[in-house]
Unconditional design. Structure first.
Ligand code: AMP
Ligand code: GLY
Length: 425
């Protein structure tokens, strides 16, 4: 197989690292990739939003399967364009990708499928939203409808914050067209977990549980990031609960889409919150989580290329999907200032030493090649990922390796996996 993977982050490095181990993979291309993905395949200078460019490259390089890492190309219709060109794509159609691309669509679909989600109201103009927000109990959650680079969710603790959020989304249009509509919903309280599943349109095969760490600061303080670390399995989502949650939050959605003539193929991700009133779905993503993907990939024992192909050919029941019983844990090393503005171009040292720690793989994210040197080029720079017999040993290996890596202002959370350890005692 010849595979083209789209994206350039830590998730994409982990996916291409795993695909590179498959005996059925002959050649890997990554668009645009990073210096880490270049160790496994050939990087192509095409951005993830250039749909015609990606289709052209897939044809030119005689690619059998395209794997979009991020949501943007899926929402922009990459799958549909590839299918028209006769090329398989591990990912949903533009219609199904609206589960992530439009929060209004996702909430309406959840309501229709009977999936538990926070109570909500949709607004198409600011006046009505403000009137509603004047009376809604505090705190309340305000969400831009469309893609907003992870910044479109505001948890307003005061009326003033709510009014400012409505103004920013709908009047100032800080997220552009993503703010044509917004949602106001009840604020839920509880611990979050990530539930992912492979789907071939009909069959649903859940991945093991994972937990992300979204806030930048220790003990979940400070602004939200793309994720500062993740581990799998997450004790909050035991194997029994995982099966139950798949039945309650993923299967009904896949069934509803199939009934609409829109089979979902690819990986689906439900962001769950466990509240005092039971579990709720906060959101769907139509792709792997980043950084959840990193600990999941080091645990996957089966052939990822075979699984992805099977999802595209409705043969998911026929392929093995086996996972290591060990724990995977990823610590993200970030640039100083992230998720706000941060410097770039800082030289990174210690990558080889870190990778030599037993059980550790270093996935690159915001990195660039500058001569012989790997330098930083993004907010989330590296994902130091360990596979070890249990959570405690995975944590110590990941931190031991993370401490061997250095760049100016390197920032990391020291408490990745701490919630899992407090649950297991
Ligand atoms: P979303 O993009 O919908 O996942 O939102 C991003 C983050 O905002 C989630 O991971 C939660 O931490 C938080 N969030 C979203 N919706 C709610 C809600 N209804 N109540 C409390 N927190 C929420
Ligand atoms: N780690 C959260 C996400 O990928 O959306």
């Amino acid at each position: 197989m010849r595979i083209l993977l789209v994206g350039s982050g830590g998730r994409e490095h982990a996916l291409v690292w795993k695909l590179g181990q498959s005996p059925i993979v002959e050649k890997l291309f990554i668009a645009p990739g990073n210096p880490g993905t270049a160790l496994v395949g050939e990087n192509l200078p095409i951005t993830d939003d250039d749909i015609p460019g990606l289709v052209r490259a897939a044809k030119e390089h005689k690619v059998d399967l395209v794997v979009p890492g991020p949501e943007l190309p899926l929402v922009l219709g990459l799958k549909d364009a590839l299918v028209n060109a006769g090329i398989a794509c591990f990912g949903p159609s533009a219609f199904c990708a609206r589960l992530e691309g439009s929060k209004v669509f996702a909430k309406n679909m959840m309501r229709k499928a009977g999936i538990p989600t926070a109570d909500f109201q949709v607004f198409e103009e600011a006046y009505a939203a403000r009137e509603y927000a004047k009376k809604h109990p505090l705190p309340m959650v305000i969400k831009a409808d469309g893609l907003a680079a992870g910044k479109g969710v505001i948890i307003a603790k005061t009326r003033e914050e709510a009014m400012n959020a409505i103004d920013a989304i709908m009047v100032q249009r800080v997220f552009d067209a993503a703010g044509e509509r917004l949602i106001i919903e009840e604020a839920l309280v509880g611990e979050e977990a990530s539930l992912l599943a492979f789907c071939d349109g009909k069959t649903v095969v859940p991945l093991p549980s994972a937990q992300d760490h979204k806030p930048v600061g220790e003990n979940d303080t400070g602004p939200n990031t793309g994720g500062m670390g993740a581990y799998s399995p997450a004790p909050i989502l035991s194997e029994g609960l995982l099966a139950e949650m798949t039945e309650r939050t993923i299967t009904p959605m896949i069934r509803l889409l199939a009934e609409k003539g829109q089979p979902y193929q690819g990986v689906i991700y439900a962001g769950l919150m466990f509240t005092a009133n039971g579990p709720y779905v906060l959101e769907y993503n139509v792709r792997f989580g980043d950084p959840e993907c990193q600990p999941l990939m080091v645990r996957l024992e089966s052939d990822l290329a075979e699984i992805m192909s099977a999802c595209c050919t409705k043969r998911l029941t026929h392929v093995p999907v086996k996972w290591s019983r060990k724990t995977g844990l990823c610590v993200v090393l970030a640039a100083p200032g992230y998720p706000g503005s941060y410097p770039k171009g800082m030289a990174i040292s210690g990558l080889d030493q870190a990778a030599a720690v037993p059980g550790v793989t270093v996935f690159q994210a915001g990195t660039a090649q500058s001569g012989d040197q790997i330098v930083t080029s993004g907010g989330r720079v590296l994902g130091v990922t360990a596979l070890a017999p249990d959570l405690t040993s995975a944590r110590s290996a990941a931190y031991q390796a993370a401490d061997l890596i250095d760049f100016d202002g390197k920032y990391l959370r020291r408490d990745i996996g701490a919630k899992g350890i407090s649950r297991t005692g």
